[in-house]
Design a protein around this ligand. Structure first.
Ligand code: C2E
Ligand code: MG
Ligand code: MG
Ligand code: MG
Length: 288
């Protein structure tokens, strides 16, 4: 920002840069200890089956609460975790904790058969150990592979397409599902949809949020749903914030809906209450 303000601000620019460097160093030092200090938790945001209107699964979302920095949103620390390589251990913790929690919910009788989505970072996908680690987590936690969905973005795949293609094939052999997160925002080619073994597209929330007011956003949402279905993929909309949005997505044939209209991401006790408040579907009745 300082750059565009002109040459006179260069002195302030360097001061500001200095502060930014320091802030980054503080955050990095805190981030290095965060796992050991048990500062991470997971929140869960339900996704709803558009046909049955019942919960089909949930996405695990990482939360960091630090004594110095307070609550730090993932948008502020995931990239730093990537740059420092810390994401490998943090990402593995997320996977293990989410699968463990999911099977504990099921053992407690909270639900049967719900799916779990976990976000993967670019560095995790590039990690040669990823597939073995996921296999090990599945065995350790008894999480059924076909109920675990891994969310990747287009740019993760396009960083190194041939390596990504091999990884996805290996993940598919484990039996897990693959979803493309934030679909439509990445710099990528549509050809990869044919090439990669993908199960699901998540329409980016920017298009969904705009679809009732902006005809271009509406056209994009419409096109992504049609494209996904033509390719035999399931389509989820994220960022569903209102009833009218949900209604128009259902009318467009979107398969699943996720967003504040149904629920915000919830801490474990709130998620348990939310699930208990849902009408019981056939799946959950069978479990009793
Ligand atoms: P994402 O995977 O696309 O997750 C969706 C984000 O949208 C979440 O933000 C969620 O809280 C927010 N959201 C959900 N419904 C609505 C809605 O109706 N309206 C609006 N405006 N927003 C909504 P959050 O939790 O802050 O996470 C941001 C991003 O951080 C995630 O985007 C994901 O890319 C990344 N992230 C979160 N947890 C993890 C993790 O465990 N591992 C990795 N690698 N990345 C993660
Ligand atoms: Mg996601
Ligand atoms: Mg997303
Ligand atoms: Mg995102």
């Amino acid at each position: 920002e300082a750059k565009s303000a002109g040459r006179d601000t260069s002195r302030f620019f360097s001061l500001e840069t200095n502060n930014r460097v320091m802030a980054r160093q503080v955050m990095e030092a805190q981030l290095r200890q965060a796992l050991d200090h048990h500062e991470f938790t997971l929140h869960y945001q339900p996704r709803i089956n558009a046909k049955t209107r019942q919960v089909q699964g949930a996405e695990a979302l990482l939360r960091w609460s630090n004594p110095v920095l307070g609550q730090v949103p993932p948008g502020q620390f995931i990239q730093l975790a990537e740059e420092t390589g810390l994401i490998k251990s943090i990402g593995l913790w997320v996977l293990r904790e989410a699968c463990r929690q999911w099977m504990a919910f099921e053992a407690e009788g909270l639900f049967t058969g719900l799916e779990l989505s976990v976000n993967l970072s670019a560095a995790q996908l590039a990690d040669a150990d990823l597939v073995d680690q996921i296999g090990q987590v599945l065995r350790e936690t008894h999480m059924p592979a076909n109920r675990l969905e891994l969310e990747l973005t287009e740019s993760h795949l396009m960083d190194n397409p041939s390596s990504a293609q091999e990884k996805l094939s290996a993940l598919k052999r484990l039996g897990v599902n693959i979803a493309i997160d934030d679909f439509g925002t990445g710099y990528s080619s549509l050809a990869y949809l044919k090439r990669f073994e993908i199960d699901k597209l998540k329409v980016d929330q920017s298009f969904v949020l705009g679809m009732l007011d902006d005809s271009a956003d509406a056209a994009i949402v419409h096109a992504v749903i049609a494209l996904g279905h033509t390719l035999g993929l399931s389509v989820v909309a994220e960022g569903v914030e209102s009833g009218p949005m949900a209604q128009s997505l259902i009318a467009l044939g979107c398969d699943e809906l996720q967003g504040y209209w149904f629920s915000r991401p919830l801490a474990v006790p709130d998620f348990v209450q939310w699930i208990k408040g849902q009408p019981e579907g056939a799946e959950r009745r069978k479990a009793r």
